[in-house]
Design a protein around this ligand. Structure first.
Ligand code: M6R
Length: 610
């Protein structure tokens, strides 16, 4: 989703802005641009409909020089991805602005501004903001005051970076509902949508809060809260290295991230278990006393994180015997729901910036839950700052849009949560120790599964010319099938749907023919025989089956049935493990199709608008 970078420095800021945009590419975008105030106080701008590399080329041909600038990658919401709609937007050669978020009352503001004589050059919701700042500057020469006046008129979500040619060493940043971070340099300041953009120039960051406005010059930073009072926001020192976004020799970030799962899982377990026990305090200081009181759990998340929640619901009900409801965050936030006493609210998000998940958490905080917990991969994200309890998955930054290691580490975090709650609901010490042992065996087992890469690459050839695929699972493996289908559709653009295998004959069976590959996850559990019957139904209709099955499940490859056999594993760990081959399948199909794997079309890594 849109990325913002800005800088006020003594040096020429264009290289910092361009490198920042490059590092924000993973968020997803369709156009890019930058505006710099040159030494003659003139605003210069370059925009492209396309990639940051094209912007760099244009910049190389006619470089922009100056110490104050803003830059942007745009993920189209209002208006097509074209040059006119690309940011920065400029009003009357005076004010330039970049925006992430959605201005909900833009139509009304546009009508008023057109009546006042402003000309619009784009279809964006953003352009009203730059005109509003210009208009406010007609009553005050002060950019900060003009931004204060402007944001009072705005409804919706925004992160803004604004510069004005009358005050060439000044940058105003504002945040409401969309992420924005300030990078603290020596005699220079930066802004960006996330810390990755700025790691080459600083390790020190201030995370703005909703309602904050920052007045930034080269040597002074003043932050105002939503009441326009000056506030102190603490500086955090990031432990991330600038080269964190390196592909480490892999062809794509996604492949690197799939292969880093043994390590990501191991990291996510460090200090989380001790002597065969789950360390509840890793969820927060009050976690233990909260977990004692939990009588129900409500989970809200989006996409892959939602699938993690669905798997956790099975664990919670089976292991902890606690009822659990899982909701798509964008649905939950707009519906009236009944909250059972002592319900723990759990939000799951890789990025911690997903607008719907964040809104669901904010709603939950006002709704009388026992407590709120965020399971997240990004420390200092909006979600982790909002929740009362936090569990950080230590997966390391995930760059590929398709979530892989974030998912498996979320599952690890959720399993720890289930055990921590189950301890207060009859789980014995021996059972807990046995679960901890199973968790600790995961990195090695994931590694074994990664060795199937060549088999799966071969299997992928059968999918590349197909337009549809069906994924089947039962019980906690239905969400695994859903995750496999989501991975395939998002990176290979093959339409894929997941079904509970028992639902097949209630409709989707009509679709099965030799042109529709059917993928099934078949662990050796109490549902295996049922699943086998469902698979017979597919075979009988000429459907080609791809089975990921337990070695002990006695299913063999035959004509039209391709079986990949997986070592026996405890049924509770199996959803984590069976996900790995499905990730590899989606990846290799997308490779064969020549798709843009790390930045699939139309998608964004961090979905900061609803
Ligand atoms: O950052 P989040 O986990 O909150 O993101 C939620 C979804 O946008 C995300 O999981 C999305 O579905 C992935 N691209 C799937 O691979």
């Amino acid at each position: 989703m849109c990325g913002i970078v800005g800088a006020v420095a003594q040096r020429d800021v264009s290289p910092v802005l361009l490198e920042g945009l490059k590092r924000l590419e993973y968020r997803g975008y369709d156009s890019a641009g930058l505006a710099v105030l040159n030494h003659d106080k003139q605003l210069q701008r370059i925009r492209v409909q396309g990639k940051v590399n094209e912007l760099k080329q244009e910049h190389q041909a006619s470089p922009l020089k100056g110490g104050t600038g803003i830059a942007h990658t745009r993920w189209a919401t209002h208006g097509k991805p074209n040059l006119n709609n690309a940011h920065p937007h400029i009003c009357r050669d005076t004010v330039a602005l970049v925006h992430n978020g959605i201005i909900e009352n833009h139509e009304q503001l546009r009508t008023e501004q057109i009546a006042s004589g402003f000309e619009f050059t784009s279809e964006t919701d953003t352009e009203v903001v730059v005109h509003a700042v210009y208009e406010a500057l007609q009553s005050t020469p002060d950019l900060l005051q003009a931004v204060f006046t402007t944001i009072k008129q705005l409804k919706g979500a925004y992160a803004l970076g604004v510069i004005n040619n009358a005050e060439p060493d000044r940058l105003i940043a504002a945040r409401e509902g969309s992420p924005l971070v300030i990078g603290v340099g020596i005699g220079e300041y930066f802004i960006a949508s996330d810390v990755f953009a700025l790691l080459p120039v600083t390790q020190r960051f201030i995370f703005l809060e909703d309602g904050d406005v920052a007045d930034i010059t080269r040597d002074k930073l003043t932050i105002y809260d939503s009441n326009q009072n000056i506030v102190e926001r603490s500086i955090s020192v990031s432990e991330l290295n600038a080269d964190v976004a390196d592909k480490a020799g892999y062809r794509h970030y996604m492949l690197k991230e799939i292969f880093s799962q043994p390590n990501a899982i191991a990291e996510s377990l460090v200090n989380r278990t001790n002597d065969g026990q789950v360390v509840s305090n890793e969820f927060g200081q009050d976690a233990e006393s909260i977990f004692q009181q939990v009588k129900a759990v409500k989970i809200a998340a989006c996409g892959t994180s939602y699938h993690a929640g669905l798997i956790a619901a099975h664990w919670l009900e089976e292991i902890a015997q606690v009822p659990c409801q899982v909701e798509i965050a964008s649905e939950y936030r707009y519906r009236k729901s009944v909250i059972v006493d002592n319900t723990l609210f759990v939000s799951i998000s890789q990025s911690g910036e997903t607008a719907d998940t964040l809104a669901a958490l904010q709603l939950a905080k006002k709704s009388g839950f026992l407590s709120t917990l965020a399971i997240c991969n990004v420390a200092e994200s909006s979600l982790t700052r909002e929740a009362e309890l936090v569990f950080l998955t230590h997966a390391g930054p995930e760059i590929g849009v398709a979530s892989t290691k974030a998912f498996t580490t979320q599952l690890v975090g959720l399993f720890l949560l289930v055990v921590a709650i189950a301890k207060h609901n009859g789980l014995s010490n021996e059972e807990e120790a046995s679960f901890v042992k199973q968790l600790e065996s995961l990195p090695g087992r994931v590694n074994q599964l990664l060795q199937f890469k060549d088999d799966i690459e071969t299997m992928a050839k059968d999918f590349a010319d197909k337009h549809h695929a069906l994924f089947l699972g039962r019980g906690s493996f239905l969400p695994v099938a859903m995750e496999g289908a989501l991975k395939l559709k998002e990176i290979s653009y093959i339409h894929a749907e997941a079904y509970a295998a028992g639902e097949l004959k209630h409709g989707p069976l009509a679709l099965v023919d030799d042109d529709m590959p059917v993928v099934a996850v078949a662990p050796n559990n109490h549902l295996l025989e049922k699943l086998k019957s469902n698979l017979q139904e597919v075979q009988a209709r000429g459907g080609k089956l791809y089975l990921f099955a337990d070695k002990a499940s006695e299913v063999e490859s035959t004509e039209g049935v391709y079986v990949l056999k997986i070592n026996a594993v405890c049924d509770f760990m199996a959803p984590i493990l069976y996900t790995i081959p499905l990730q590899l399948l989606a990846y290799y199909v997308a490779v064969i199709k020549g798709a843009d794997i790390d930045q699939p079309r139309n998608l964004a890594k961090s979905v900061t608008v609803e």
